[in-house]
Design a protein around this ligand. Structure first.
Ligand code: NAI
Ligand code: SOE
Length: 389
């Protein structure tokens, strides 16, 4: 009997379009899945470019109008990899067409949109999934397991830093990530979103209140001429205003009583994609840094006194999450594996009709924290997450 398939329409063939295409191509080669994705349709605005993308990755057909892609009867899952301002209307249309939806982060431009998107998916009774891909790094999933096993005891602190430097040059052009009407916010929604999600995922706790600070260091930049991917563009002579934050820092209180700090910036020279999170508890600590993504540092106060100290776990052996699908111990994984692991979990959840996280509810929870920080920075006060409900 032919294997059950999940027929996918991918919208947006840029950076994320590539990582998702790679995941669809590879997932069933490494994971034994009850249902396998079929690369049915890829959609982007430029016909020659989307044709080339289809040929390169093995997509069966193309569309240049996303509404046609969403409406097609031969599609089960709509995968949204477009700039943030498009997520809402694409999700609403996909839900109305009865399709399952897989959406890139951040889910929405603001809480109101995220709430509407979750409600639409629920009303249409369609499955909804998100990519917070760092959850699926084996070392991060292991960190969650260690916390769930109670090995850290009561949690006192979370310290997350997401540091980049790709726009430090004042002549770097005004790409879509620097325009509020396209991206919603800057470093905050782009990379604090990941840190917020990781804090929720690893600790299993929610945010109670936040106090934030945002800054735009370079207020004008040369206008950008898009060259296909959101992290690059040719620049023109004319200048335009940057309408998002370059950096966003905040303090938070978590439901279990932990005090947390977050720093997201695109102005940390030398830091290309430094996504780190540290968790400190009564019985131990955990440190993860994406730049050393195969490693997890763990300190246990339960160790005999003379052996106490941070141990570095190389999270590449089969007992570590996802590693039984990959290479023998010691042969590490990379950035793309988070996306493939996420997709494997989606396929299993669809086949088993079981729960999957992160879904749109996780996207909404993240958005509430993002918006609360912006409100706090604007009004110069602590903001409770309950004010965002
Ligand atoms: P990108 O700029 O590289 O690609 C976006 C693509 O969408 C472009 O090819 C563009 O032509 C296409 N597009 C724009 N309007 C369209 C329309 N109306 N119909 C069809 N296609 C359209 O952007 P990137 O980096 O791929 O980001 C896309 C999304 O993924 C964003 O929401 C971003 O926040 C998220 N993202 C997530 C990452 C993660 O770590 N999970 C990493 C990078 C981005
Ligand atoms: C650019 O800041 C970017 O590509 C983000 O959009 C991603 O979400 C992050 O994972 C890496 O950096």
């Amino acid at each position: 009997m032919a294997k059950k398939t999940l027929r996918v329409a991918l919208i947006g063939g840029g950076f994320m379009g590539k990582t998702h295409s790679n995941a669809y191509l590879k997932v069933a080669k490494f994971f034994k899945l009850p249902i396998e994705p079929e690369m049915t349709c890829v959609c982007d605005v430029s016909e020659p470019e989307v044709q080339a993308m289809a040929r390169r990755w093995g997509w069966q057909t193309i569309e240049t109008d996303w509404r046609r892609a969403v409406a097609r009867p031969d599609i089960d899952l709509v995968d949204i990899c477009t700039p943030n301002f498009l997520h809402r209307e694409m999700v609403l249309a996909a839900a109305a067409a009865g399709k399952m939806i897989y959406c890139e982060k951040p889910l929405a431009m603001n809480v109101a949109e995220a709430r509407e998107m979750l409600a639409a998916a629920r009303k249409a009774r369609v499955r909804h999934f998100m990519t917070f891909n760092y959850r699926r790094c084996p070392a991060v999933a292991l960190a969650r397991q260690i916390v769930e096993e109670g090995r850290l005891g009561r949690l006192y602190h979370v310290r997350a830093c997401y540091l980049q430097d790709w726009i430090m040059d004042p002549e770097f052009p005004l790409v879509w990530r620097l325009k509020k009407e396209v991206s919603g916010s800057g470093a905050h929604g782009d990379i604090n979103a990941h840190s917020i999600d990781l804090a929720r995922y690893i600790t299993g706790e929610e945010f109670v209140e936040v106090s934030g600070l945002v800054e735009t260091f370079i207020k004008e930049r040369p206008l950008g001429q898009m060259t296909g991917q959101g992290l690059q563009a040719a620049r023109s002579r004319k200048k335009g205003r940057v309408t998002v934050d370059d950096a966003a820092l905040f303090l938070a209180r978590m439901t279990g009583g932990a005090l947390a700090s977050f720093m997201a910036t695109r102005f940390a020279a030398g830091r290309r994609n430094h996504n780190s999170i540290e968790i400190y508890g009564s019985k131990g600590s955990l440190l993860f840094d994406f730049e050393r993504m195969n490693e997890l540092e763990f300190y246990s106060a339960d160790d005999p006194a003379h052996l106490q100290g941070f141990r570095k776990i190389l999270a590449t052996d089969p007992p570590h999450p996802y590693m039984d699908a990959w290479w023998p111990g010691g042969h590490g994984v990379g950035y793309e594996h988070g996306f493939i692991n996420n997709l494997a979990d989606i396929c299993r959840a669809v086949a088993a009709k079981s729960e999957f996280h992160p879904d749109f509810e996780d996207g909404l929870r993240c958005q509430e924290v993002l918006d609360a920080v912006i409100t706090s920075a604007k009004e110069r006060r602590w903001v409770k997450i309950s004010e965002m409900k």
